[in-house]
Design a protein around this ligand. Sequence first.
Ligand code: FAD
Ligand code: NAD
Length: 446
Amino acid sequence: MTKQFDYIVIGSGPAAFGLTTALKEQQSTKTALIIDNDRFGGTCPNYGCEPKIFLEGAVRNVLIGQQLQGRGIQQAAKIDWAALMAAKQATFAPYPDNAQSAMTTDYVQTLQGTATFADTKTVLVNGQAYQADKIVIATGLKANHLPIQGQEYTHSSNDVLDLAELPKRVTFIGSGYVGMELATVLSAAGAQVEVIEHSPHALGAFYPDHAAIVVKQMTQRGIRFHFGQSVNAVRQMATGFTVETAEGQHYDSDYVIDSSGRVPNIDRLALDVAGVATDRHGILVDDHLQTNVAGIYAAGDVISKDPAVAPQLTPVAQFEGEYLAAGAQAPIAYPVMATGSFTFPQIAQVGMPVAQAVGNSDYRIKRLALSPDFAYAGTNDEDAELVGIFDQQNRLVGASEVSQTATDDINQLAGVIGSGQTVADWRQQQLYIFPTLASKIKYFLA
Ligand SMILES: Cc1cc2nc3c(=O)[nH]c(=O)nc-3n(C[C@H](O)[C@H](O)[C@H](O)COP(=O)(O)OP(=O)(O)OC[C@H]3O[C@@H](n4cnc5c(N)ncnc54)[C@H](O)[C@@H]3O)c2cc1C
Ligand SMILES: NC(=O)c1ccc[n+]([C@@H]2O[C@H](COP(=O)([O-])OP(=O)(O)OC[C@H]3O[C@@H](n4cnc5c(N)ncnc54)[C@H](O)[C@@H]3O)[C@@H](O)[C@H]2O)c1
């Protein structure tokens, strides 16, 4: 017999978490079924942000120590990879069970299995049919596998986050968020790292001048970058592999990571049966997150969306889940969006991109070199910089920072932009703890 729910959510990641949390907060009696065919909680706590930031926490301390050698630190700490991974596994092993029980309530059920559309109102899981008025596709993204010779020798970020032994020579294909963050980790842990990128820059989502500073410092730590090179084959050698590029170069390696991007995880849904429209970036939705089929919605990374408005990130997926639980009455309005990459140094930005404001007389651009700041001077980071964009009413409308604390600083500035206040008004309302690194924001906002 077909089982009925108010909502069926396919995928149990942050989008589903946002939806179920919001239903709980509303004390809703609406019923929901959350289905996942992998670890409950989705990418973020199992294969993404959370294990990544766990490793980054250890790595950051090593790199801070290295940066301060000769300035009072005699010997930087060293990573014991096996011990670090054992600590990571012990912390994260209970996550899927915890996530599943956190979602389950009197009204919300969870189910392990692959969901496939049987028609526009019905999905099949393990041979059983389930129906709902609202079906939400929240199946996220999966790692891209470049269609190249030797693809089977490449690994994904999932593999890196479970890597038992640290390889000697590691090669990343792609220098986006994933490649740059994991290159930071593996290099700091002691691997010899190469990054091959087919565009001229790393971290294409960020302000190029600040991305170049991240590359400069990673290069100083021994990471080798090869820009303008498109990987087109990986060949097995007597020892290890060689990575070949269309430009005729080859790079020897023990472990090759395909960090060339992420693609919609929609293959097993039978979307054609329901008639749900997609493009190569994911599922097409309107401004209420509804697909072309009435009653079928999408939320989170699986949506084909403009990354400048709604990047494929955990807080966005959660926000979209909450929006659907609230009834999706008005068109979705995304708040000010801060993003960051946990490289060393970190890079982060919020609001209008700096490159967009350069040369536009409607905006004033302010650059603040952070190293002369006495709160920051102790970090021995000469390149740290905060750049802000102010409109004609002297409101902050965008910012980018490269520094050890860029993500936290930019979070602070997201609040300033979100308030819509002039900087003069904002300065009347906040006094920051002094001398924190964030206290510079007070005189930056002038
Ligand atoms: C290495 C890495 C680091 C990251 N770091 C950050 C970060 O620092 N900050 C940040 O904001 N974001 C980060 N992200 C992105 C973040 O993880 C995603 O934006 C977020 O998880 C998206 O949530 P979602 O709910 O849309 O989908 P997901 O979390 O991807 O969940 C989708 C779930 O659906 C399941 N599924 C797929 N198909 C089916 C099916 N047919 N039936 C049943 N289940 C199915 C999948 O197995 C998966 O569990 C990172 C991602 C990666 C890979
Ligand atoms: N800190 C964070 O918030 C965080 C961290 C990790 C992932 N994410 C999310 O995951 C998404 C995916 O990140 P990603 O790094 O996998 O993808 P990405 O699209 O950001 O980067 C992929 C890179 O690979 C390069 N590339 C593609 N094909 C290549 C080839 N054949 N040879 C050489 N280079 C090639 C591209 O030019 C690009 O620079 C991000 O957009 C973000 O939404 C966020």
